[in-house]
Design a protein around this ligand. Sequence first.
Ligand code: GLU
Length: 441
Amino acid sequence: MTIVRYAPSPTGRLHLGNARPALLNWLFAQARSGTYVLRFDDTDTIRSTEESARGIEADLAWFGIVPTLKVHQSERTALYDAARDRLIEAGRLYPCYETENELDRKRMRARAQGRPPIYDRAALSLTEDQKRQCEAEGRKPHWRFKLDGKPVHFADLIKGEQTVNTASMSDPVLVREDGSYLYTLPSVVDDIDLGITHVIRGEDHVSNTGTQIEIFEALGGAVPFFAHHNLLTGAEGEGLSKRTGSLSLSELRAEGYEALAVAIVAVLTGTSLPVEPYPDLGSIARKLDLTMISHGPARYDPAELESLNARILHAMPYEVARPRLEPLGLASEPLWLALRENLARFGDIVNLARLVSGPIVPSIAPEDREFIDLARENLPPEPWDQGTWALWTGTLKEKTERKGKALFLPLRLALTGRHDGPELKSLLPLLGRKACLDRLS
Ligand code: GLU
C-alpha cells in the first residue's frame, strides 16, 4: 500500500514551483492506487491562515487533485508532545538556554577562528544546578536534537545513493522557547503516524532527510522511501519569481491557462518525458517514473507553457470542450472544430465565434471590388460542406486567373474583416450562403 503526503505550509497560495511536488506525489499515488494525504504544516501559527489552506485546496482541485485525507499539524500537538517526551527520556533532546545574541556571537567567533559555525553543544554539559540557575534568571529553554554524528545513508528514488554527514551540522532545534514546534519533528511524527511509505519533496530537503532519518530511528518508526526532485528555476537557474514569469496558480488560472497545460509544465520540465499534450494526468501517471526526473536543473520557460496551452486546445475533442462551451451558448461541434485551431486561450472562442455570428465589418479594397462581385455571383448553391470552398475558389481561379494570396486574401477580408483566422473551408458552411452574400455585398 502506497501512502504519500503533500505538506505545504498554508502561508500563501501555490505557485508553479510548489505545484511540482503536489503533482509528483499525486501521479505517484495514482499509478499505485495509493493514498494521498494533504498535510498542512501550520505549526507556525502566526504566518499560517485558514484562508491560505482553503486557497491551496482550491489550487489542487483545479488540477483535479482530491486528497484522500487532510490533516492540520496544529491539531496534532498531543502527538508531538508525546514524541518530545520520548526523545527527552532517551537523551536525544536536550534543553539549551542560549539567546539568539549569544548564538550569533558563538558563530562569529567560530568563523573568526576558521571553524565551521556549528553549535558547540555547550548546553549538553550544563549541570542540573546551572539549568536551575538559568530558569531562575527567567530563561526558557529551546530544545535541540542530539545528532549521532555518523554519516546517514539512504537510497534516494530519484538521486540514487545519498550520504548526509550529520557530523558537520548543528544539532537542530526541534522545540522553540515558547514550546511550539519547528517543522522537523512534527513532520517525522506525522509520517510515522500516518504510515507514509514515500516522501517525495524538493531537493532542498536532502540534508533535512539526514536529520529526520535519525529521528525516525530514535522514535522507532519505519523509515519511508525518499525521493528528492529538482526544483523549477528560471532560464538562468535562478529561483522562480514573478519576474521569471512564475505566477501563482490562481493567477495562471485567471489568465486563462488550461490546468492541464500548467500541470504538464510544472511536472514534466526537467524530466525525460517530453513537455507535450497528454489527454489527462492519469496518462502521465502511467508513463512517468521517478527515475525519469533529471538530476540537473528544471528550467521553466514561459513560452513553453504558452505553446503547450495552445496545442492542448487545438487537439481538444468536442466532448471535452462541450461543458465549457454550453454556458457560453457556443456548444456546437462544427463551430468548435472550425475555431479550436485559432485559440491561444479557451476564452478566445467568444471573439472568434463573432466571426460566424457577426456583426463583422467586411473589408473590401476598391481594386478588389470587381473580383468580389464576381465571387458573389459564383457562390455555389446550398447545401454547403467542407468541399464548398474548394469548389468556389476553383471556379474563381479559372474565371480570373487570380491565384494564391491574390485569390484568397480578398475573400477572407470580405468574409471576416480580418487578415487571419480560422480556415475558410470550415467557416463557409458555418456562415451559410445568405450571410456570405451579405458580407460580399
Ligand atoms: N512544509 C514543508 C515544505 O513546504 C514540507 C516538506 C516536506 O515535504 O517534508 O517545505
